[in-house]
Design a binder for this molecule. Structure first.
Ligand code: NAD
Ligand code: MG
Length: 393
């Protein structure tokens, strides 16, 4: 039986992963090694019981007792804290879902890759933060990374059987997020609750707000560069309000292959779970006569400054991705807490990138875990200072 682990099992991607695994036979079909989560220990314990996992881990030490109690009598081991999450990744698995949100997903992902096998990567932050390190670790251990972002899964599928050298350009689409139709001058007043509603996708709170600001698409553009090794000039973003075309790949003979599907993450998760086969997945089948039309437009850089910053990061490379992601996480925390406004997020991230790149050379640094962690911390400290000082936000 295939041994599987799910990091971030209680979140939006995690719950969808558990749903597919359950539909595909659950504990009769899979040997579930470890499930990890956060404060929702009731859900984590229930998932662990349902899938007969060997162990369940919460990343919060203070949740240990509650998790242990919820698992009492089940024979499932309980553990807590960031180290326990990383140690859960040391337990050999053939297929691991990386669906923790944020840079906290990096270390478990790296440790899971050491078993060889497959890392289904939803945690885009680890690729943006330390893409070359993840890719090298996968190569060193004969492991495979399969994308679980809808756009990147779409590109991956479009490239099956194709010569990568024949790729001319890659287009990823963006819904435009919660505020795509708001007048620009209203954006400054947008609240976290307003930003956390998505027109098309049902996702975790952080990625939903990142969709409204397009920081999510900024991370994804960098993700394209890391996964597919194309030049930044070959990557294009289009606003596509219907969210049905996930990505398009243009080839040198002028052909464009598009990947379409319902806005349901179970497609990308299910593709990674069953790869290289295609399983029967519980996603809506599109009816094009009813859909009628698909719309596309260029994103307005004034509305979405995060996309401009992503270009800066791709030009710098090195540790710029680690700085960018960490600054974005800090700015997002500050927005959610009401310390800064919606538009200030991009201003903070831009200021951190400028300041940190003046202090250290980001470009030529070796991408080791230590260097990445240092750059991440430097960026968070710098963001905290900027947020504290800037009363105008
Ligand atoms: P979520 O907030 O719904 O779930 C996050 C999970 O990570 C939870 O299980 C939570 O307990 C756990 N977690 C949070 N902080 C942690 C920490 N510090 N250490 C360990 N575990 C922690 O998030 P989500 O929407 O499921 O997104 C997960 C990842 O997948 C993100 O990287 C996101 O960008 C990516 N992704 C999500 C979607 C989507 O549809 N939700 C689509 C594409 C990519
Ligand atoms: Mg995506």
């Amino acid at each position: 039986m295939r041994r599987i682990s799910i990091f971030g099992a209680t979140g939006s991607i995690g719950v969808n992963t558990v749903d597919l695994i359950t539909r595909q036979g659950g504990s009769d079909a899979y040997d579930v090694v470890a499930l990890t989560g956060g404060r929702n220990v009731a859900r984590l314990a229930q998932q662990a019981r349902d899938l007969r996992a060997d162990m369940a881990v919460t990343c919060f030490p203070e949740c240990y007792t509650a998790l242990k109690e919820a698992l009492a009598g089940s024979g499932i081991a309980a553990a807590a804290g960031p180290d326990a999450v990383a140690e859960a990744a040391d337990r050999p698995a053939d297929w691991t879902m990386s669906a923790i949100v944020g840079a906290a997903g990096l270390v478990p992902g790296l440790r899971a890759l050491r078993h060889g096998g497959t890392l289904a990567l939803a945690n885009k932050e680890s690729l943006v933060t330390a893409g070359p390190l993840l890719m090298q670790t996968a190569r060193d251990h004969g492991a495979r990374i399969l994308p679980v972002d809808s756009e990147h899964s779409a590109i991956f599928q479009t490239l099956v059987g194709e010569d990568p050298a024949a790729v001319e350009r890659i287009i990823i689409t963006a819904s435009g997020g919660a505020f795509r139709d708001w007048p620009l001058d209203r954006l400054a007043t947008a609240t976290p609750a307003q930003a956390a509603t998505h027109p098309n996708w049902d996702m975790g709170q952080r990625i939903t707000i990142d969709s409204a600001s397009m920081f999510n698409k900024a991370l994804e553009v960098i993700e394209v560069q890391e996964y597919f090794g194309v030049d930044p000039t070959q990557i294009q973003v289009l606003v596509h309000p219907e969210s049905l075309v996930h990505a398009m790949v243009g080839f040198r003979d002028g052909a464009i292959m598009a990947h379409l599907g319902a806005a349901d993450m179970r497609h990308a998760i299910g593709y990674a779970l069953n790869w290289p086969d295609r399983a029967n997945l519980p996603v809506e089948r599109l009816d094009f006569a009813r859909i009628g039309q698909l719309n596309f437009r260029d994103p307005d850089p004034a509305r979405y400054p995060a996309l401009v910053l992503a270009r800066q990061v791709m030009a710098t490379r090195g540790l710029a991705g680690a700085v960018f992601n960490a600054a974005k996480e800090a700015a997002l925390d500050a927005f959610i807490d009401g310390r800064i406004g919606f538009l200030a997020m991009a201003e903070v991230v831009g200021a951190v990138l400028d300041r940190v790149s003046h202090e250290t050379s980001l470009t030529n640094a070796v991408i080791s875990l230590d260097n990445v962690m240092q750059a991440d911390q430097l960026a968070r400290d710098c963001a905290a200072q900027i947020i504290k000082k800037s009363k105008q936000y």
